[in-house]
Write a protein of this length. Structure first.
Length: 287
């Protein structure tokens, strides 16, 4: 009968099984740790609850007030400016011929919000303004706490926010304003918001070849980005201020491109002025 000795090959086999089991257990624990950390890092706010109530300036009027009455507009000569409007689902079907006959020549149309909402009136508004003869573009209402900048830029491009060099399509616009659902700055730091916007703009340019327009108010910009000057040299500024002058601009911009000067204008409410003559608006469309 054989006797197991200290040098027997059976003992190392049992030790190997024990070590292997321990290593597998350790590996499972290590794999679980990053998963838990990752889940915390990507925690997001719920998707928007009432996106149909959010449009360019909807929160500006609530937080900053309105100074202009019905039909009010900028003081001084209008010879070197072009009248425009912006619309969203809250406007419903828009009377584009009425606006055209009143002198409106361009329009921005809300296309999307976050990665879950598309404007149900987008086709009537986007195509209708074009068919009336206007130059038009789409805009995206940002919710930086619900998903990444890249995700929202891609969603925008995929749902009406693209661009084509047809002479009648403006580059897309990113609407950055007071959070309709909670904390004014979406619970992000100034650096976090700036990085989110950089992600959005870089993705949009990669998809379309264009630098997008940014819609924002000076007050919100100061409060939420620390008055960042990171975008002034690249992204055209569309600024809301409801009164007789455009007022102070956010840091980085020496001039505005579009001014939303009233939220109570004729037919649709939100009226804008392009800072230049028609040939410059056409140049913006053509890229």
């Amino acid at each position: 009968m054989s006797v197991l000795r200290s040098g027997s090959p059976h003992r190392p086999a049992r030790s190997l099984a024990t070590v292997t089991g321990a290593l597998l257990t350790l590996l499972a624990l290590l794999l679980a740790l990053p998963a838990s950390a990752g889940a915390t890092a990507v925690r997001r706010a719920p998707e928007p609850a009432h996106p149909g109530q959010d449009w360019a300036g909807s929160q500006i009027a609530k937080h900053e007030g309105t100074a202009a009455g019905v039909g009010a507009g900028p003081a001084g000569s209008l010879a070197a400016s072009v009248e425009g409007v912006d619309v969203s689902s809250h406007n419903g079907n828009v009377a584009w011929s009425t606006l055209w006959n009143s002198g409106v020549r361009f329009a921005y149309v809300k296309a999307t919000e976050s990665t879950s909402y598309t404007n149900p009136y987008f086709a009537q508004q986007y195509n209708g303004s074009y068919n009336a003869g206007m130059i038009r573009g789409g805009y995206h209402f940002a919710t930086p706490n619900t998903s990444s900048g890249a995700a929202q830029a891609n969603y925008f491009v995929d749902h009406g926010g693209g661009w084509s060099k047809d002479g009648r399509t403006l580059p897309g616009a990113l609407d950055m304003e007071y959070n309709p659902y909670g904390a004014t700055c979406y619970g992000l730091s100034a650096a976090g918001l700036v990085n989110w916007m950089k992600d959005w703009f870089a993705t949009y340019k990669a998809r379309t070849g264009r630098d997008a327009v940014i819609y924002t108010s000076t007050s919100w910009w100061k409060q939420c980005t620390g008055n960042s000057s990171a975008f002034g040299a690249i992204n055209p500024l569309w600024v809301p201020r409801y009164g007789s002058s455009v007022g102070e601009l956010p840091a980085g911009w020496g001039f505005h491109t579009i001014w939303q000067y009233t939220s109570t204008g004729p037919t649709v409410g939100d009226h804008n002025r392009f800072n230049g003559a028609m040939d410059r608006l056409q140049a913006l469309a053509n890229g």
